[in-house]
Design a binder for this molecule. Structure first.
Ligand code: BTN
Length: 266
């Protein structure tokens, strides 16, 4: 597949969905999220998909780094002006869209991880980083997605990695982008119109934490444990604890399954 043809096809499809949408490829950048937030603060808020093979300062959730090698991963950000009725659940809706575009066996770990689970254990395939800026009356959302495409080493990572070629052996980063980009923009339009509700059951169908004992750390020393029970229509994680059902909403929390379980369907 030629890269020119693929990016051109994505660009044409996005333009037909959203007037003025552009696709931009850069040889390298510190972080596609950082760049789109910089542009938004400088007044550039047109809808754009920015993709690069090389990030020198990729960022993850909770202030973590996101490391990737050129050719070994897909790293892109979508920047769009957005006005949903309620922002709750945006990163979950993005996860649903990306997972459904890729493969039936891509799972989701609340709130923003793409996971693989099989006899080799559970591994992180990718992640989503959403940032927003309020610019007067306009709200701009930057949706960053990082996906491992080829095998990568577990060394230095808090969660063992999985990669897309485990499921789709011949896929490359550009082919992965052509699968996910158009459905993702359609998801933004659906989320803007309807919020998270249409995505709730679809998230729960891929929820890797469902029924599992989890530990939830609030990032300030507080820890809560219980059994994960899916997500609400607003995207909150339900955790059944000794003190009753709790709804976890904060983007500051980190959730870990307490024990690993192989996927019997693998
Ligand atoms: C996470 O798992 O914590 C989220 C990772 C998000 C990584 C992507 S790569 C493209 C975009 N640019 C960034 O700096 N981060 C996101």
């Amino acid at each position: 597949m030629s890269s020119v043809a693929s990016v051109g096809t994505v660009q044409a499809a996005l333009l037909s969905l959203w007037p003025g949408f552009t696709v931009e490829t850069l040889p390298g950048i510190d972080s596609t999220n950082t760049e789109l937030m910089r542009r938004a603060r400088a007044g550039s808020t047109a809808p754009v998909l920015l993709v690069t093979p090389r990030q020198t300062a990729g960022r993850g959730r909770l202030g973590r780094q996101w490391q990737s090698q050129p050719g070994a991963s897909l790293t892109f950000s979508l920047g769009v002006p957005l006005a949903p009725p309620d922002w709750s659940g945006l990163s979950l809706a993005v996860g649903v869209s990306v997972a459904e575009s890729l493969h039936p066996r891509v799972r989701l770990k609340w709130p923003n991880d793409l996971w693989l689970g099989d006899a080799r254990g559970e591994r992180k395939l990718g992640g989503i980083l959403i940032e927003t800026a309020s610019l007067g009356a306009l709200h701009y959302a930057v949706i960053g997605v990082g996906l491992n495409i080829t095998p990568r080493e577990a060394r230095g990572l808090s969660t063992p990695p999985g990669w897309l070629q485990e499921l789709l052996p011949d896929i490359d980063a550009l082919q992965a982008l052509t699968r996910v980009a158009v459905p993702l923009v359609e998801t933004m339009l659906a989320f803007q119109a309807l919020g998270f509700a249409p995505f709730q059951a679809r998230f729960n169908a891929r929820d890797v934490l469902q029924g599992r004992e989890v530990s939830v750390a609030d990032g300030h020393g507080g820890v809560l444990s219980g059994s994960a029970r899916g997500v609400t229509g607003a995207g909150a994680l339900l955790v059944h604890t000794a003190a009753g059902m709790k709804q976890i909403t904060s983007s500051e929390v980190s959730v870990r399954p307490l024990q690993r379980r192989a996927d019997p369907s693998a």
